[in-house]
Design a binder for this molecule. Sequence first.
Ligand code: C2E
Ligand code: MG
Ligand code: MG
Length: 444
Amino acid sequence: MQMLFGTGRDGAYPDLVFTDPLTGLGNQRRFFSRIARLISDRAEDPAPFAVGIVDLDGFKPINDLFGRGAGDEILLQVAMRLRAAMDSHSSVVRFGADEFAFLLPMVFSEEAAAEKARMLIEVLSAPYDLGQRSARLSASAGCSLFYSGDETTELLVDRAETALYHAKASGRGRVVVYTREMEEAAKRVTHIEQALRRAVSAGEVEPFFQPIVDLRSRRILGFEALARWTDPDLGAVSPSVFIPIAEERGIIGALTELVLRKSVEAARDWPKHLFLSFNLSPSELVDLNTGLNVITTLNQAGFDPHRFEAEITETSLMTDPVAAEKILDDMRGAGIRISLDDFGTGQSSLGRLREIRFDKLKIDRAFVTSILHDKPSEHIIRAILAMCEGLAIDVVAEGIEEKDQAARLIEFGCGGGQGYLFGKPANAIDTLLLLRSAAARGGS
Ligand code: C2E
Ligand code: MG
Ligand code: MG
């Protein structure tokens, strides 16, 4: 009977309801019905089994660059490869746009599931033939195991999705098998998400401002806005925790609107020669409305866009380069300057500096921290400075904490600096006080 798993019909429904029209594989519905049947089969025979979801990394850019036809062709080839990689017990379906799911009735352990998933990922990493050209893609996978009758179909699939999420978050081409700790982490994320939703609609996220200075004179040139949030239960939550959650759970638009509005309202009271720098998240650089939303908020607050800088990271340009370029063009058209944040840590590509004109580049703290003791960091900083000079891009070194780091950066010709040495992020009122005392000293 087990042979039927790979090819047979599921119940009384016509085949079409269970079939993906593009690849001819089963669809999500078929997957769920197969798992449900296997769970009921295993009621008397408590042997474990595994399910997994595999997701193609970077499939959307392929669609955009090569066209939908090429995207479909790749999906067909993926389907063929996966089908060929299944043994007679196992089966694969198309689970979503670029997701495929597999059911492994004869896999009894986490190690065996991971091994099988790694094999599938290997199979998918070979080049795809697209007629005139070929494309390469990696894939990530998440698996979960059925151990007892308490586990439902939905639970198994949810867990595989959680594992897949962890696989994708840890880089491309990874396999992760679901564990209990993931469930705890997932619960914490949901808790933060709910608290953040409430805080955003109550307007409780605040911008703090950190000075960016001219390194030689130490005069303040402008400020970077950094979001701060303190929840009554959770306490102060770091933006490096809540920003990614806001992005993933679709809160980032409302969060940005709130923090941006508060930032420009505060910055209106500063001397006119100071700029405001604001971070935009990767997910905002795929939303075509972002540029216009930012411009509208500036206009409504009466803040001159020429005094505004948008900080973006290299990674954020990669998800959808076409959309990102349009958004940057919109902003540049209004006079907004574009700053490349955390330079040197992400997927750095010098080619990108040629394709996109940045007004400013921020050298990541990691290089600045080690500048005094690590020759490679020193060389990298000098090379970045020479390159920016040639390209006429302003430079700001981030995370300067010590005088000697600042001195060394000045020696190398770095113009701008930011870090605890010059000032920690402070709220709007303290920032105004700082500016007043700087003005009284004849500083800024
Ligand atoms: P980032 O844009 O690279 O911001 C610089 C981070 O370095 C800030 O961390 C700042 O507080 C910290 N920092 C500055 N000087 C020093 C120093 O001398 N030493 C050390 N150890 N750290 C220093 P923060 O505020 O925790 O923000 C972390 C990241 O969260 C930011 O990195 C940015 O990517 C993101 N973020 C913060 N606010 C927002 C926001 O409003 N929107 C978006 N999309 N992202 C934000
Ligand atoms: Mg930044
Ligand atoms: Mg940075």
